[in-house]
Design a protein around this ligand. Structure first.
Ligand code: NAP
Length: 214
């Protein structure tokens, strides 16, 4: 499967590493072509089973059926609006943790989530999913923490789209967990915030992971 990632930062690197390891091709979209090219070159060794790493300039037409928004929440809505109708019929994955200015709370109201707000500005038939907001970038590059595959929690209202993204996650060596409808993004974003606030006290340096054990 081919996946477009908008953003060329830490999460773009982490998610692309797992997709490529699973044999899925990625197109990296950056505002600065040089950053996308640099990331593509460094990711190429991670590509397995014929997967390819491509780049595209920001704003160019998107051909892939899955688009990951690997940008900050403050930039997400305007990017979705810029792409507009191009996102119609696609799966759009929101990975953001919508932190407030002091990083000790969420910028979103309690009765909504970043994912739901992004869905409001996307075309009506864009399928918005929440995923990857609780997995730190460095742990995605590693693919595991303490010998355990990462859990990737996926929220959304379309079962088929969640199954598709779950396959990508599993192919990359991670465990996908369907947590329910898109409104579960509210809890996932709370979990993301909690994970961030715990890094200092625990001294885990953003290399810890949330894991369901049984
Ligand atoms: N880092 C983590 O461990 C982690 C974990 C879970 C979730 N997240 C979430 O993942 C998202 C990305 O985090 P990150 O750590 O990857 O951040 P990052 O390393 O700072 O990368 C952010 C990327 O967004 C791009 N960008 C910013 N504003 C943009 C705009 N208006 N239009 C197009 N591109 C824009 C940046 O491009 P330029 O380089 O050109 O500025 C950069 O490539 C955030 O929402 C964060 O909450 C992060």
């Amino acid at each position: 499967m081919n996946v477009t990632i908008i953003g060329t930062g830490k999460m773009a690197r982490g998610i692309a590493t797992r997709l490529l390891a699973g044999g899925h091709s990625v197109t990296l979209v950056g505002r600065e072509t040089s950053k996308a090219t640099e990331l593509a070159i460094s990711l190429t060794p991670a590509a397995k089973q014929g997967a390819r790493v491509l780049t595209a300039r920001f704003g160019a037409p998107i051909a892939d059926p899955i688009v990951i928004l690997a940008v900050w929440y403050s930039a997400a809505a305007s990017i979705v609006q810029q792409y507009g109708a191009q996102l119609a019929g696609k799966i759009l994955i929101d990975i953001t943790n919508p932190l407030n200015a002091t990083y000790d709370g969420l910028a979103t109201a309690p009765d909504t989530s970043a994912a739901e707000e992004i869905a409001k500005v996307a075309p009506a038939d864009t399928i918005v999913l929440k995923a990857f907001n609780t997995t730190f970038a460095g742990t995605l590059v590693a693919g595991q923490v303490a010998g355990q595959p990462l859990d990737v929690f996926i929220a959304g209202d379309d079962a088929e789209a969640k199954a598709t993204v779950s396959r990508l996650v599993t192919d990359g060596g991670l465990r996908a967990i369907d947590v329910g409808p898109l409104r579960r993004a509210r809890q996932l974003e709370g979990l993301g915030l909690l994970g961030i606030t715990l890094q200092g006290p625990l001294g885990t340096g953003f290399m810890s992971a949330w894991k369901i054990l049984s």
